[in-house]
Ligand binder design. Structure first.
Ligand SMILES: C[S@@+](CC[C@H](N)C(=O)[O-])C[C@H]1O[C@@H](n2cnc3c(N)ncnc32)[C@H](O)[C@@H]1O
Length: 394
């Protein structure tokens, strides 16, 4: 079967690496899939990567992928230059393998350079085809942006140059919703991006990790989950669990397998923030994630940070832009961060998420651009450097 993993633009190489680590057959030609005129909200609008496998592989991808947003089944692909052709071809697809009678559906339709361009009319014909196939059309719901809960089966219909591709969502709520982050602080990072930062930084999950601007704790918690080899999807449900083809035994076996092969040495993970409420939220989140005893949290300003014995990695998301504090304070904050890094973290690797070189340059350190992402509609970059000097050994 053909699958497509949707991820935040910029995360594709890390998602591809994860897929390959799971032993899945990745289609490298699909990397990256992005073109400005097909940004369409139809499932493949952002970054992503294709792979092939079985339904069991699809379960594994949902259970284990840390940087992916959702996993789609590429269900049907055919020419459709008229409504009659669209309905006829769509009715030939084996919907009954994925939909039980009465399960609501939600459609996201995108049309580009095609004779069929009216999205609502296209949706109507696909629903008609479903009715033809299943005996009666399913109840239709609106496709919510974030489709929370176990709601409707999400169906993506994409018409490009009179060619129709139909994909089914297998994930349900987006995969960054691991279920642990119920408490948030200011400007929280998506769990998938936090994990992408860790992978991009080259952090070895046995080395010390420090986040001195931890907010709700996302980077530290994702680091601990990675180090402990805990599958991010082990505590949640997925859309594929409602498919007639779903095998509970296979899923239970995968869950039992997940988490085996823990590393012999666990890293020291330290996270702090000057905001007491943020640190409380981070601790609560870590508890829900089952990693509270693996992270040392403290409430302190960056100027008071005491790193664990190194060398290690500082991976962090300091405030930037207007989302957290006005720009004038920021220059000073980055200068303080730079001083702390140079005096207390010689030999450490530092990876900062930030919008521009000027701001990270206030640290006095020479950063190289490691990766570029989009988050919350903002273009951001991961800046990386190694602090000069010899490290104290652990
Ligand atoms: C962008 S947020 C971090 C969000 C975090 N990555 C998350 O996922 O929740 C920046 C954090 O830096 C903290 N902060 C701002 N100034 C600070 C300072 N001088 N020392 C320590 N923390 C500070 C804020 O309280 C805020 O929680």
């Amino acid at each position: 079967m053909d699958f497509y993993v949707v991820c935040t633009p910029g995360l594709e190489p890390y998602t591809a690496w994860e897929l390959k680590s799971l032993g899945l057959k990745v289609d490298l030609l699909s990397l990256p899939v992005r073109s400005p005129d097909v940004r369409d909200g139809a499932g493949e609008e952002s970054g992503g990567i294709a792979f092939q496998g079985t339904l069991k592989d699809l379960y594994r991808a949902n259970l284990h992928l840390r940087t992916a947003g959702r996993v789609l089944v590429r269900f049907g692909s055919f020419k459709a230059a008229s409504f009659a052709e669209l309905r006829h071809q769509a009715a030939r697809l084996p919907w009954e393998q994925f939909l039980t009678a009465g399960r609501p559906v939600a459609l996201r339709v995108a049309c580009h350079k095609s004779r069929l361009y009216h999205q609502a009319a296209v949706a109507e014909r696909v629903i008609g085809a479903l009715g033809d196939r299943l005996g009666q059309p399913p109840p239709v719901r609106k496709a919510a942006e974030e489709d929370d809960g176990t709601g409707p089966q999400l169906i993506f219909v994409r018409l490009v140059e009179n060619h129709c591709r139909i994909s089914l969502d297998s994930s349900g709520p987006l995969l960054h919703r691991r279920g642990y982050r119920l408490a948030t602080a200011k400007a929280p990072l998506r769990e998938t991006l936090a994990c992408g930062m860790l992978l991009a930084s080259g952090w070895e999950p046995v080395s010390p990790l420090l986040d001195p601007f931890c907010g709700s704790g996302t980077i530290a918690i994702e680091g601990a989950l990675l180090a402990l080899n805990k599958a991010p999807g082990r505590n949640r449900t997925f859309s594929f669990m409602d498919w007639p083809a779903f095998s509970k035994e296979t899923w239970q076996a995968l869950l039992a397998e997940a988490g085996r092969g823990r590393r012999a040495r666990e890293p020291l993970i330290q996270a702090s923030d000057r905001d007491r409420g943020a640190v409380r939220a981070a601790r609560e989140n870590a508890e829900r994630a089952g990693v509270a005893d693996r992270i040392v949290f403290s409430c302190r300003a960056v100027s008071d940070v005491e790193p664990p014995p190194g060398p290690g990695w500082v991976v962090t998301n300091p405030p930037f832009g207007l989302r957290v504090s006005p720009r004038n304070d920021l220059r000073n904050l980055y200068a303080v961060l730079g001083k702390i890094l140079q005096t207390k973290c010689p030999g450490w690797q530092v990876a900062l998420l930030g919008p521009d070189r000027r701001l990270v340059g206030q640290t006095g350190l020479r950063f190289a651009e490691k990766a570029a992402f989009r988050t919350g509609g903002l273009a951001v970059k991961l800046w990386q450097t190694r602090v000069e000097g010899s490290a104290t050994s652990s």
